[in-house]
Ligand binder design. Structure first.
Ligand code: KIV
Length: 297
């Protein structure tokens, strides 16, 4: 009788786009928090992209993307929702498991971050920990949560319990209704000061990473200089951050709507998805993406 846990043998190719079998030895060292901190100190830009399934995760990893984010943007990208508000924790667990499985299959080395979705961490620090544990057990190495001020004690609670945390300030899509739309944040002196205070509080609470979304480039660069213990990852925040992130479908030019200003279509002139992802990694590393004149405020 055949063992149901053994993958079926496929002598000629792999069916249905199945991932290639894992090679016996990993080629590269897994990305870790100390490694990301070293990159930061050495001035090497950190690359991040969203991934929602096993195949794209494996391709992004092979292209050299250091961090993969199972973003709740999957609500729009995979589920056809109008915002991230409808994404549930169960859905995030499902996609995190898929991405983690894809990375395992190819002995991938990427650092895997999963979004805590709307309504899964605001009620109490205990609720946040329960939700974070589900994502960590699904294969995440770090969880991301949105907002400043009230989130700092939650971040500290998670970090003290061994859950690495990435914070997210600026345009926080889960609060799009409160913000009045997808707009640049931190434009006035007062808004910039509040954002700056929140960023410092999050670093002090132990957040090892901070996504800055649609924040004026000079403010993001200032925060990057001021926060040595917290790697800033920009999206529409200019080139002065420690790293960059984009939604993969946006940078592959398959966004169903209009791409935001901060996106470059890396499929332009690329012969394959893998080549487009490699071009993204190169452009972030050599500082040619983002171009502040085109992609920032
Ligand atoms: O959900 C997501 O994809 C994100 C990125 C846009 C940073 O939070």
């Amino acid at each position: 009788m055949t063992d149901p846990t053994t993958p079926p043998s496929t002598p000629s190719g792999t069916p249905y786009g199945t991932l290639p079998p894992a090679s016996p030895l990993p080629q590269r060292r897994p990305v870790s928090l100390p490694r990301l901190q070293q990159m930061r100190e050495a001035g090497e830009k950190i690359t991040m992209l969203t991934a929602y399934d096993a195949t794209f995760a494996a391709v992004a990893d092979a292209a050299g993307v250091e961090c993969l984010l199972v973003g709740d943007s999957l609500g729009m990208v995979c589920q056809g929702l109008h915002s991230t508000v409808g994404v549930t924790l169960d859905t995030m667990v499902y996609h995190t498991e898929s991405v983690a499985r894809g990375l395992r299959r190819v002995q991938g080395t990427a650092w895997l971050i999963a979004d805590l979705p709307y309504g899964s961490y605001a009620e109490s620090r205990e609720q946040a920990l329960r939700s974070a544990c589900q994502l960590m057990q699904a294969g995440a190495h770090m969880v991301k949560l949105e907002g400043g001020g009230w989130t700092a004690p939650t971040v500290q609670f998670l970090v003290e319990r061994g859950v690495p945390v990435c914070a997210h300030l600026g345009l926080t899509p889960q609060t799009v209704h409160a913000l009045g739309g997808y707009r640049v944040q931190g434009k006035t002196e007062q808004a910039a000061q509040t954002l700056r205070r929140h960023a410092h509080e999050l670093q002090d609470a132990g957040a090892a990473m901070l996504v800055l979304e649609m924040v004026p480039a000079p403010l993001a660069a200032q925060l990057t200089r001021e926060l040595p213990g917290c790697a800033t990852i920009g999206i529409g925040a200019g080139k002065g951050t420690a790293g960059q992130v984009l939604v993969m479908h946006d940078m592959l030019g398959i966004n169903l709507g209009k791409n935001p200003r901060f996106v470059r279509n890396f499929m332009d002139g690329a012969p394959s998805v893998r080549a487009a992802l490699e071009a993204y990694v190169r452009a972030v590393k050599d500082g040619s993406f983002p171009d502040d004149a085109l992609h920032a405020w």
